[in-house]
Design a protein around this ligand. Sequence first.
Ligand code: SAM
Ligand code: DTB
Ligand code: SF4
Length: 326
Amino acid sequence: MPSVPQPAAPTDDAAPRHDWTVAEVRAVFDLPFADLLYRAQSVHRRCFDPNGVQVSTLLSIKTGDCSEDCGYCSQSARHRTGVEAEPLMDVAEVLEAASAAKAAGASRFCMGAAWRNPRERDLPSLVEMVRGVKALGLETCMTLGMLSAGQTERLAGAGLDYYNHNLDTSPQFYASVVTTHNYEDRLETLRHVRSAGIGVCCGGILGMGEGVDDRAALLQTLANLPQHPESVPINQLVPAEGTPLAHAPAPDPLDFVRTVAVARIVLPRSMVRLAAGRSAMSDELQALCFLAGANSIFYGEKLLTTGNPETEHDRRLFARLGVHPL
Ligand code: SAM
Ligand code: DTB
Ligand code: SF4
């Protein structure tokens, strides 16, 4: 009887590994598309409810006028982007926005600040924000730039659940995108967050001119951390006029899906977030990303300074796909 060729059975793919080489990750990227998605789906189904997608809502609690020169960012004081700078919001206003996000169905509230790092005098308000958002029954997340060990402990003491701090790209490519801080600075903050017992949210951006090997090296770095991040946002660059990357070409949509699938395989138990860039994606492309193992999104009509799909559109998309919010 003729035998039907089968893709290699993903026997041990669900066991987290921390010893990936870039070449091994690259080999996963280069699989035929169907084999890659089969492997990613198999891992996804073994580790998660394949029809559940977690929803987080973002709020910019301090906007613009940032000292850093991240080439993709609309909030750097070094780029003329038209983003209006706003100081740290009042705690009450933040809590109002968090209540609205909860009413709309979000389970996590992520507060972002355009800082290299928070100042000591900002800590009391930040602590109040964490306490208040938690009291509403939401998971809390912050992204405030670099943190000292002491600041991290204070936020942990307030009950902060997650800290977002992205590595964004490969160690090699990072200096072509940012010069005011370096990869080791990012890793140091991630170590503080982990030591304080806060969950780690760490991912990257596609579409900044990086190559496939840079994407592989970013995912290898994340996978080889002593503990995998709980959440891994995969952003597609949202080009902002006035930034050095304003006219960077969008990544090939199928390469975006490949990256999500590889993230699912090398980070089997992490939530992989289809993060910024969904406004520029078709429903079909987003569906492919969910098939490839994405199981989290940013929900709500604004990211930090740019737009996100309308909540009604996302509700409809979830219904069409039979997806339920986690
Ligand atoms: N200032 C802090 C920092 O850099 O960590 C926190 C806020 S910063 C806006 C958080 C992350 O948002 C960046 O690391 C990057 O991954 C993402 N981001 C910023 N601008 C973006 C853009 N235009 N497109 C896609 N992702 C973006
Ligand atoms: C992440 O990985 N993506 C979010 C969040 N973490 C803070 C930020 C996306 C920003 C998109 C551009 C903007 O709205 O300014
Ligand atoms: Fe500042 Fe963060 Fe934007 Fe970099 S990504 S310029 S650190 S707000």
